[in-house]
Design a protein around this ligand. Structure first.
Ligand code: GLN
Length: 353
């Protein structure tokens, strides 16, 4: 059998399993298994598989992947990668696969917030695609990324380690059910305390740092200038109607936004503002029909300059807002030279969602 015949056979199997883009997916899997670029595949596709080094085993591995894809496992979980903002993110079944829609959010932040001396908080980070892209491409002073899932944080940690590149700010990962793992504490400022190097606090390491009260270690960044989130936002009953790839193979935890889809926006709007400096900004990804509801939640919590931005498909995709300086968010204006600063520290996880 030639490579082309093997490809045709795989394509046919995927097509009969109802996989959209069967030909494309079969080709991606073939190129990946045989370690071929498109050009060398086109040159070699008439060659028999058995004549290639390790050809028989590779053909078997390919057929196994085709069978899994026919079972509607997402292509990205089989390949283990998804490109996002020009970076190649590792993914597995514990994280939502980064969507192109979400680039709308990252691009908006990068365009609107060009200063570097900003502290960013990403809630529900999943694969870390938003947090890592903002750190790498925005060069912000610090990026702190939260997730409730220890398995997701392992993925985010791997992506941070591989993709942060020359980023020289503080990058932290914290296991936390929304904001539950962050608390504000009055602590004495440590004169001369250096900001930490890019640091990853997997799972409960952040909790340990808080428990030890060791302020010579970098503590979590006090307050934030930007709060971003792509929370679970699909109404529970809508999930059943989604493609099997999403419904059966992506984590429910990353998708299910409660019966009305808005549970996490309520928490983001009401609790998130406690961690934002006055004038701080929020950017939330939303479902195409949630702009009005999410804007109303933000307005009720004292946010201003509320606006909706559309994705490339022309659907409402991001809501942005600013925390009005007049709003009472329980904090005084920040001042790094003040003797007493508010420090947000992590405490150990209590309970998952
Ligand atoms: N936009 C994603 C989807 O359609 C869902 C993302 C989310 O719930 N955060 O599958």
């Amino acid at each position: 059998m030639t490579l082309q015949q093997l490809l045709d056979q795989g394509t046919e199997q995927l097509r009969s399993a109802g996989v959209p883009d069967a030909g494309l997916d079969a080709r991606y899997l073939l190129l990946d298994t045989f370690g071929l670029g498109l050009a060398s595949f086109l040159a070699d596709r008439g060659r028999t598989v058995d004549g290639l080094p390790g050809g028989a085993e590779k053909a078997q591995a390919y057929e196994a992947l085709i069978a899994r894809r026919a079972g509607r496992i997402p292509l990205q979980q089989l390949l283990g990668v998804q490109e996002f903002m020009g970076l190649e993110f590792f993914v597995n079944e514990h994280v939502l696969i980064p969507r192109q829609d979400t680039e709308t959010l990252v691009e908006l932040v990068l365009v609107e917030r060009k200063q570097r001396d900003l502290d960013v908080l990403d809630v529900c980070t999943g694969s870390g695609c938003i947090a890592v892209s903002l750190a790498r491409l925005g060069g912000y002073r610090s990026v702190t990324a939260l997730d409730v899932s220890a398995e997701a944080l392992k993925v985010a940690e791997k992506n941070a380690a591989a993709l942060l590149g020359e980023y020289d700010g503080d990058f932290r990962l914290v296991q936390s059910d929304m904001f539950a793992g962050l608390e504000t504490k009055e602590t004495e400022a440590q004169p001369g305390q250096e900001p930490g190097k890019a640091e990853i606090l997997p799972e409960q390491a952040a909790g340990k740092a808080a428990a030890s009260r060791d302020l010579t270690r970098p503590s979590l960044t006090p307050q934030f200038d930007i709060l971003v989130s792509n929370p679970p936002y699909i109404p529970s009953q809508v999930i059943e109607g989604l493609e099997p790839e999403v419904r059966d193979h992506e984590p429910r935890l990353a998708l299910d936004g409660s019966p009305d889809g808005l549970k996490f926006y309520r928490i983001l709007a009401s609790e998130g503002k406690r961690f934002l400096r006055p004038g701080g900004a929020v950017y939330f990804e939303i479902g195409w029909d949630q702009a009005q509801a999410v804007s109303a939640l933000l307005e009720r919590e004292g946010f201003t300059q509320i606006r909706t931005v559309k994705d490339m498909a022309g659907m409402d995709r991001v809501v942005g807002a600013v925390l009005g300086a007049a709003a009472d968010n329980g904090h005084q204006a920040p001042g790094r030279s003040r003797e007493t600063v508010r420090t947000i520290q992590a405490r150990p996880m209590e309970q998952g969602i």
